[in-house]
Write a protein that binds this ligand. Structure first.
Ligand SMILES: C[S@@+](CC[C@H](N)C(=O)[O-])C[C@H]1O[C@@H](n2cnc3c(N)ncnc32)[C@H](O)[C@@H]1O
Length: 238
């Protein structure tokens, strides 16, 4: 399996642990010896993979203590690189997981700054962004997601479970970055940031609607969508 955009923190090994649980329980039910799991943890090269590596001995120990010999071996490897490029050989993965990473695009749409700055005063799609900004971001999302879905790395019948930030309506985004943009505008007024710097800075961030996700999967054609769930999250989780 691969976890794309694994980061380095308390969530990093959660999915591997969960997958080990599921495989172990299923093997016991089927009265079969548990298979080994090879898990690839992927993130951008700047990710703190050393911290992950240092946590592996205690993770393996915990697996052994809690799950015992009825569970198979687990081998964890790190794969640095962008999930918008090729990371694995063809037909080498059975399961791909990605959580809260796909809203990060491979880059901010180039046309936002190619002539005049198009998204002045904002750092991503915001209510005051002109329509071409919405189109530019949607097109970038479509290009990136298409590349992501190509997934020649998966074996036939392989599956993906993806969680990403989404929007209810594409023309009415409710995005925490819009608020950050407003604060940066205040800083421009206060003379702390140059207006031009704010006008030409755009985050590579896009939260698609369910329709946009469905359409992209259908058009790309490698996958059949089995389940699409939407859940709301509060900004303030305290
Ligand atoms: C919000 S964290 C999510 C961490 C973890 N998956 C979770 O659910 O808690 C997003 C992670 O995705 C990574 N990421 C963003 N774009 C990526 C890309 N193109 N390729 C690989 N990782 C990427 C970031 O570096 C970051 O560590």
């Amino acid at each position: 399996m691969a976890d794309l955009g694994c980061s380095a923190g308390p969530n990093t090994l959660l999915v591997v642990s969960k997958v080990m649980d599921i495989i172990g329980t299923k093997s016991q039910k089927l009265n079969r010896p548990p298979p080994s799991l090879q898990a690839f943890l992927n993130d951008l090269p700047g990710n703190d993979f050393n911290t992950i590596f240092k946590s592996l001995p205690s993770f393996y120990k915990k697996l052994e203590n809690v799950k015992g010999s009825s569970f198979g071996h687990c081998f964890i490897t790190a794969v640095p690189g962008s999930f918008y490029g090729r990371l694995f050989p063809n037909n080498s993965l059975h399961f791909v997981h990605s959580s809260y990473a796909l809203m990060w695009l491979s880059e901010a749409p180039k046309q936002l700054v190619s002539k005049e700055a198009m998204n002045k005063g904002n750092i991503c799609i915001a209510k005051t962004s002109p329509p071409p900004v919405f189109n530019a971001y949607l097109e970038q999302f479509e290009r990136d997601f298409k590349m992501f879905l190509k997934a020649e790395e998966l074996v036939p019948g392989g599956r993906m479970v993806l969680t990403t930030m989404g929007s209810i309506k594409s023309d009415d985004p409710l995005c925490i970055w819009e608020v950050v943009g407003l604060n940066l505008n205040d800083m421009v007024w206060e003379g702390l940031i140059e207006a031009e710097k704010l006008d030409t800075f755009n985050l590579p961030y896009y939260a698609p609607t369910t329709e946009e996700v469905k359409k992209a999967i259908e058009i790309e054609g490698s996958f059949t969508l089995l389940k699409l769930e939407v859940f709301k999250m509060d900004w303030d989780l305290t």
